[in-house]
Ligand binder design. Structure first.
Ligand SMILES: [Zn+2]
Length: 380
């Protein structure tokens, strides 16, 4: 299912191919997020045009709305949203622990209240796998517990114990035809817990392994550390997926640390508040310097928005709240993430990844928040 095509000689970067029921995925890969069965503001034709190989859907949200009765009647998520390339579904664990009002963590799952209408719900390994089977995703994720990054040590330990036990239960559940299942390693920034969790999950022979508990509000150095603490214990012949990350520079950093798959809401989320991603960092479209800028959102970008429209025009549309502005920013930002991954794959194939890595990171201006976290980590 996963072919490791090439390993970079100077970094841990890998070139691979993951074959799923709806086609093959070239890795490293970025997966646009379609939480509610839609990548916000972008239609499937545009996703294909920009080179999307796989998208993400979400168990927690889709189970609440539209509900599995409708998905089942539609013939699964692919048909419901008219997307016939691969789909990965998140198990809902992350949302249960971050969005819902938890009532009780039990042996076989979590009792909680819907964040929409407060109705009582229960999600555990059995339920999460059953929903993902109905959705018919190509890759299902195990149901895990993802505690906040600053959770006390005892809570982190309990979360790892539950994550391991629930992974075993997920492993035993029936799957959709050809559905792959990935395990999720938790353990925060605790080396002992990360090792323990990885070592318990690897013998379960999942089809791939995710590094969970990253991008949960922790500073960037801690996020890199969580990945570095986990990666050595993951099997080389299975894909590795860092969940919910990050900026283009963080993706390149993590590829150099041996990660193959990423998903993130950032490109479409920041588009909605007028932020543009480029290979040099982000900028705010509303800023006065873009008023008379008749160049594209990013020089050299070949996305639909950059080929058709100027910054000045899109800035105007954004200021008068025309929907097209948000659509085009979402297209550009998503295209950039996908194109950086395509460039990374070409660089690994040509044995030039370490140069690409150095130049990309040197040219990328991180946000103030990231810079502050880096400075703080150096002082420690
Ligand atoms: Zn563009």
């Amino acid at each position: 299912m996963f072919e490791l095509l090439k390993s970079d000689s100077l970094t841990k970067a890998r070139l691979g191919r993951l074959t799923t029921a709806h086609g093959a995925i070239e890795t490293p890969v970025f997966m646009p997020v379609g939480t509610q069965a839609s990548v916000k503001a972008i239609d499937p034709r545009e996703l294909l045009e920009m080179g999307t190989q796989i998208i993400l859907g979400n168990t927690y949200h889709l189970n609440i709305r539209p509900g599995m009765e409708i998905i089942r009647a539609a013939g699964g998520l692919h048909r419901f949203m008219n997307w016939d390339k691969p789909i990965l579904t998140d198990s809902g664990g992350f949302q249960v622990f971050s969005l819902a009002k938890i009532r009780k963590i039990k042996t076989h799952g979590v009792e909680f209240r819907s964040h929409i209408d407060g109705s009582p719900l229960f999600l555990g390994p059995k339920e999460a796998m059953e929903i993902q089977r109905t959705l018919g995703s190509d890759i299902a994720m195990v149901f895990d517990e993802c505690p906040p990054h600053d959770a006390p040590a005892r809570e982190q330990k309990l979360a790892v114990e539950r994550t391991i036990r629930w992974a075993g239960e997920c492993r035993e559940q029936p799957r959709a035809a050809g559905q792959l299942v990935f395990g999720i390693v938790q353990g925060g920034s605790n080396p002992v817990l990360r090792e323990e969790c990885a070592k318990a999950l690897v013998p379960m022979e999942f089809d791939g392994y995710a590094i969970g508990g990253v991008s949960v509000g922790e500073p960037e150095p801690e996020m890199f550390r969580a990945v570095e603490l986990t990666e050595p214990f993951l099997p080389a012949h299975k894909p590795r997926y860092a969940m919910g990350l990050g900026t283009p520079a963080q993706l390149v950093e993590l590829i150099a640390r041996g990660v193959d798959m990423f998903d993130c809401v950032l490109p479409t989320r920041v588009a909605r508040n007028g932020t543009v991603f480029t290979r040099k960092g982000t900028y705010i479209l509303k800023n006065a310097e873009n008023k008379m800028n008749f160049g594209p959102l990013e020089d050299g970008c070949e996305c639909f928005a950059c080929r058709r429209f100027t910054r000045a025009y899109l800035r105007h549309l954004y200021n008068v709240q025309e929907i097209l502005a948000i659509r085009m920013l979402s297209v550009h930002n998503s295209y950039l993430f996908l194109k950086v991954m395509a460039d990374v794959r070409a660089a690994i194939a040509n044995d030039t990844f370490s140069d690409f890595y150095r130049d990309f990171i040197a040219g990328y201006r991180p946000t103030q928040r990231v810079l502050l976290a880096r400075a703080a980590a150096k002082e420690r």
